[in-house]
Design a protein. Structure first.
Length: 391
């Protein structure tokens, strides 16, 4: 036992869930908690200094996606931005139509917003995806109706990492005069984004996936988009989203966005090398495994496998015992017996979908972390299969 403890290391492989705040980001935030703590709406010096920080972060973030500063609206994170995009567009354009198109593999912030809108008289078409989690553009075209007002398709899937053909979807939306929203929480900071080339009207991004603080995100709203305000109250965010700005978090978001933009190519190259190493090692060393998601069009740090004859939560617990933090496509760990809606949409049977494992790599992951994880995983899978009644 003692020898095993000595060999154990701490390996964090859940970067798609959240990232640590980088030291430079934290240092950029500190002054706005203690010294420059003013309310950006105040007209005296403290307020003016605070407002300049909000303006600077807005300018940085707009620059990273080729948007104008007045098209960036700060909010409390990705879930709020998704809710705002869907409900705000639906309410503002209900006189034109009440039909929305999305996919079956969206984040729950989008899916549950759609379900809510269905109780308010809206109709939603949930597009199927192929075995890799890719939306079929012909299916999208065929789903469009005269009363379609919004298409919402995520850029990169948070579970299996598949990258959707966003520019092509944007073109289809524009040709039909339909607003297009993409949840880009998993792609921002990992893929070069240009809202003009993509043709999106609304885009959700979040700070805590790019080594910034939690609890702050942004919604890009193209100028001229007809959308209702989401939170009523004061005149913050150009009277579109009330509430005193989370000053320190916005400062951190701006710093994190700046770093992510400057290091994007290096970040991608490094992650892809580690990702492919892990995928190749797992595929060659463990039998009866299936890689989930697209083999090439995927998030640079996403590794998602299903392991036959075992359940994902058992894998997670035994990996955790070895100091490895990962996640599962199965929701069993949160008290539900249902497998991931994403894996089911990919056409996987229940028993295989339950044996899923998501390992997501980030800036602090080392090659030694990958080697250690694969080594431990080989032994854990072997052990679980020995005691599995399914094997």
């Amino acid at each position: 036992m003692m020898g095993d403890d000595v060999l154990k290391r701490n390996v964090y492989l859940d970067y798609s869930a959240t990232t640590p705040v980088k030291k430079e980001v934290f240092e950029a935030m500190v002054p706005y908690y203690t010294e420059n703590f003013g309310n950006p709406s105040s007209i005296y010096r403290y307020g003016r200094e605070a407002k300049s920080v909000v303006d600077k972060s807005r300018e940085i973030i707009a620059g990273t996606i080729n948007a104008s500063t007045n098209e960036i609206y700060f909010c409390a994170g990705g879930s709020e931005a998704d809710n705002w995009a869907l409900k705000g567009i639906a309410e503002a354009n209900a006189n034109k139509g009440k039909h929305i198109i999305t996919s079956k593999i969206e984040h729950h912030a989008v899916l549950h917003s759609c379900e809510y809108l269905e109780t308010r008289g809206f109709e939603v078409t949930y597009l199927d995806v192929d075995e890799y989690g890719m939306v079929d553009l012909n299916d999208l075209k065929n789903a469009i109706r005269k009363d379609t007002i919004l298409i919402s398709i995520m850029y990169v899937n948070n579970e299996v990492g598949t990258v959707q053909p966003i520019a092509e979807i944007g073109k289809i939306a524009k040709e039909n005069g339909i607003y297009f929203h993409t949840d880009a929480v998993q792609s921002y900071g990992h893929i070069k984004i240009d809202v003009e080339k993509l043709g999106v009207d609304l885009m959700t991004i979040s700070s805590h996936k790019i080594y910034g603080p939690k609890g702050v995100g942004a919604l890009y709203i193209r100028k001229g988009t007809k959308i209702n305000q989401f939170i009523h109250g004061g005149a913050q965010e150009r009277s579109m989203r009330a509430g005193t700005e989370n000053l320190a978090a916005i400062a951190g978001f701006g710093k994190a966005a700046s770093i992510a933009d400057e290091t994007l190519d290096e970040h991608r190259t490094r992650l892809i090398a580690l990702r492919d190493k892990m995928i190749n090692e797992i595929s060659s060393r463990i039998g009866h495994v299936k890689l989930n998601g697209h083999p090439t069009e995927r998030h640079p740090g996403n590794v998602n496998f299903c392991f036959e004859f075992i359940e994902g939560e058992s894998l997670l617990l035994l990996l955790d015992n070895q100091g490895i933090a990962a996640s599962s496509g199965s929701a069993c760990t949160s008290g539900s017996l249902d497998p991931s809606h994403v894996l089911m949409a990919l056409g996987l049977p229940h028993e295989i979908a339950h044996g899923s494992l998501r390992l997501t790599i980030g800036d602090f992951t080392t090659e030694e972390d990958v080697d250690y994880t694969v080594e431990k995983l080989v032994g854990i899978v072997e052990k679980l299969r020995e005691i599995s009644p399914l094997h």
